[in-house]
Design a protein around this ligand. Structure first.
Ligand SMILES: N=c1c2ncn([C@@H]3O[C@H](COP(=O)(O)OP(=O)(O)OP(=O)(O)O)[C@@H](O)[C@H]3O)c2ncn1[C@@H]1O[C@H](COP(=O)(O)O)[C@@H](O)[C@H]1O
Length: 113
């Protein structure tokens, strides 16, 4: 299925999420995203895990170009998982913003009391 021209910059995340969400209920023969939704959450989670592994493998055994390409696969499948679980990108941005400026070391120490 076709979509509008690519969006430059980080806005691509929001634009791609909108396309992904619009694929719900679409004929699985017409859209890879619709096929993932039709196969269900276990399949989506498996793909997400597989793509995460491929990013790590590219980092360890291949070059930056492969890391870029596998990262795009991972982000796409992560967003399919967000859409399937009803998570909007804005919720993730808000969580990142909430954490911004807090050292991971300090956060871990606070959790352990
Ligand atoms: N960004 C992506 C994107 N990244 C990866 N992929 C697909 O993800 C799959 C991952 O590759 P694999 O080899 O692991 O998959 P596979 O073996 O074919 O799949 P399985 O048999 O494991 O399910 C490939 O089919 C890729 O084409 C994507 N498919 C779609 N998009 C975006 O989503 C939009 C909507 O796509 P459709 O839903 O297909 O219209 C597209 O225009 C793109 O912008």
């Amino acid at each position: 299925m076709s979509q509008s021209a690519a969006v430059p910059g980080p806005e691509i995340i929001e634009a791609l999420y909108a396309v992904i969400a619009s694929r719900r209920g679409v004929d699985p023969d017409q859209s890879y995203t619709a096929r993932l939704f039709a196969k269900g959450r276990v399949k989506i989670c498996n793909k997400m895990g597989e793509e995460a592994f491929e990013v790590a493998a590219a980092a360890l055994a291949e070059g930056p170009d492969h890391v870029v390409s596998e990262s795009a696969d991972l982000l796409y499948h992560l967003m399919v998982l967000w859409a399937d679980t009803g998570v909007e990108p804005a919720s993730v941005w808000a969580e990142l913003a909430r954490r911004f400026g807090t050292s991971g070391i300090d956060e871990k120490a606070a959790r352990k009391g």
